[in-house]
Write a protein that binds this ligand. Structure first.
Ligand code: FRU
Length: 544
């Protein structure tokens, strides 16, 4: 074969191969209304979509554009671009391009928050995916919940910071996306602070987000700031502010948790790097000095101080990672020194929990929100946040331990329905089963065992409580009541459409899980165990 012919064949092959995978099909759209509604189907492959305005890329993301019937629609809030004409390019099957619409409403807005499997008192995103809570902060009467978010599909991809605000930690209003991917990468987890004294020069009381930008090469730490209560954000022009891959010989350097170290008058960052949490310090949020590193933690660091048994003259520091396993110790502003073993206070679906910065001293609580890794079947959104909880340190027979209880604001959501004491398992099961069809319930109960060995409460065959006094297992995980000879166990149970959260013995331990659908079992609630007594049973329904 002559060289020319060979080259021609290679060229043709290259072009035709390229045409199949990456040549984008395009469509122009005039932004005449607030939202773009884009059809998505799980059976279509993910491919890159790009918006171009006046020759400049406005955004690009990976999406499964529905080539035929969509599973659901996702939306882009285009308010800031109203009146412009955009070029939409797609590298995958272009059949769905013609079905992207411009509308004043989000597709499906009429049933928003009333979908069959939409949790009723837990935060969920309107459309797409959420994982970790990010940038939890209280400021000027509002709690801010930022979160890991894929606006374009109900699966993990295209990480953004979504945003919601609340005045009571219970009713959340979702706002437009706060941070979108840029040249440094997608926006991974991080935290937020209020820069009262303008140490960074972004303005007095600027809300500053410190987050990880993730790219195929590395993870670096970046800043963005807002001077309008988190409504609009500007990325710091000199990002990244921390790039440590070469030091750790690892791509895993992420999830900065920053707080003001009051006794030192500087900022502290806990950052997960490779095999544990590093501590950095800074005067201005921009230049960071490495101080120390402690191994044994993975992702999403937390570090905060709590009084022991509510006594402000005896405070300890708590450090944990994404799983929630924690150590108690001391912190001198530079390094954390554990003074305990490593313990757990929760298990099940919770991951990557974060606590709020900037809670007023008059409140003084350490409030936490965790990601609930719970599937939302057949919904245009996926995952959820678990209930906000209050963390405390208490002295137990085994030493100081962290307790987690639902915040008191949650009480306002529930109305008492029944309250009985000293019931047989049969009588209590019968009473509770009257509420078995309620999607949402709160049940406070105390079981008293009198014979070995196990006792519990089921709903339609699913173990809400499964206590084995012999092996000291609670739903499969080791648990011993602080009074280890006690034959009682108490639980505060929250049922929502798709989730179960259970707080045991005043928050000494908690667990959460997906609520099983009840298609093939309709036995209702059933207390079980050899001659058990239901010492207490309080039933509450949702007030709205
Ligand atoms: C934890 C985590 C973080 C990371 C984020 C990405 O769930 O893996 O470490 O920043 O999720 O979405």
């Amino acid at each position: 074969m002559k060289l020319k012919t060979f080259l021609f064949i290679v060229l043709v092959a290259a072009i035709s191969g390229f045409a199949e995978s990456a040549i984008a099909q395009a469509k122009t759209l005039k932004i005449t209304a607030r939202y773009l509604n884009i059809p998505v189907a799980a059976r279509d492959e993910r491919a890159m979509m790009r918006f171009t305005i006046d020759g400049k890329t406005e955004r690009e993301f990976r999406i499964r554009l529905a080539s035929e019937k969509p599973d659901y629609h996702v939306f882009c809030d285009m308010e800031a671009l109203r009146g412009k004409t955009i070029l939409v390019e797609y590298e995958g099957n272009p059949a769905g391009l013609s079905k992207i619409t411009v509308d004043e409403a989000i597709a499906g807005a009429d049933s928003m928050y009333r979908e069959t499997n939409r949790p009723r008192y837990h935060f969920t995103v309107r459309r797409g995916w959420n994982n970790d809570p990010n940038g939890l902060i209280f400021y000027e009467g509002e709690y801010h919940l930022f979160f890991q978010h894929n606006p374009y599909e109900r699966e993990w991809e295209n990480m953004h910071w979504g945003h919601a605000v609340s005045r009571d930690l219970i009713h959340w209003e979702e706002l437009p996306v706060a941070l979108a991917p840029d040249k440094h990468g997608t926006i991974f987890s991080g935290s937020a602070v209020i820069d009262r004294n303008n140490t960074a020069g972004f303005g007095k009381n600027a809300m500053v987000a410190i987050y990880t930008a993730d790219s195929p090469e590395k993870q670096v730490q970046c800043l963005a700031y807002s001077n309008d209560r988190g409504r609009t954000w500007t990325k710091y022009a000199e990002n990244p502010i921390l790039d440590t891959k070469h030091i750790w010989n690892s791509k895993d350097t992420r999830d900065p948790k920053v707080f003001r170290y009051e006794s030192g008058d500087y900022w502290v960052m806990a950052l997960n790097e490779r095999d544990g949490h590093s501590i950095y310090s800074s005067k201005d949020l921009k230049k960071w000095t490495f101080e120390s590193h402690i191994t044994g933690f993975w992702e999403c660091p937390e570090l905060f101080q709590l009084p022991v048994d509510g006594k402000s003259d005896n405070k300890k520091w708590v450090m944990y990672g994404a799983s929630g396993t924690y150590m108690i110790g001391s912190f001198d502003g530079k390094s954390f020194t554990p003074e305990s073993g490593k313990y757990y206070y929760t298990s099940g679906s919770q991951y990557a929990a974060q606590t709020f910065n900037n809670i007023p001293a008059t409140d003084g609580r350490r409030i936490q929100i965790g990601w609930g890794r719970i599937e939302q079947p057949d919904m245009p959104f996926n995952m959820m946040m678990l209930l906000p909880t209050m963390l405390t340190l208490k002295t137990t027979r085994n030493g100081i331990r962290m307790f987690s209880t639902p915040i008191k604001e949650i009480d306002l959501l529930f109305r008492p329905e029944a309250n009985v004491q000293e019931q047989s398992a049969e009588a209590a099961s019968k009473l509770l089963s009257r509420f078995a069809d309620s999607a949402c319930l709160r049940i406070k109960t105390t079981l008293r065992l009198s014979h070995a060995t196990s006792a519990g409460l089921d709903l339609n065959g699913q173990h809400l409580i499964d206590y084995d006094m012999n092996f000291n297992l609670l739903n499969g995980v080791f648990y011993s009541p602080d009074e280890m000879t006690s034959m009682e166990i108490s639980a505060d149970i929250f049922l929502d459409k798709t989730s179960v959260e259970v707080f045991i013995d005043g928050g000494a331990y908690s667990f959460s899980m997906a609520r099983k659908s009840r298609a093939n079992n309709k036995e209702g609630f059933r207390f079980w165990g050899h001659n058990i007594e239901v010492k207490k049973l309080e039933i509450y329904s949702l007030t709205r």
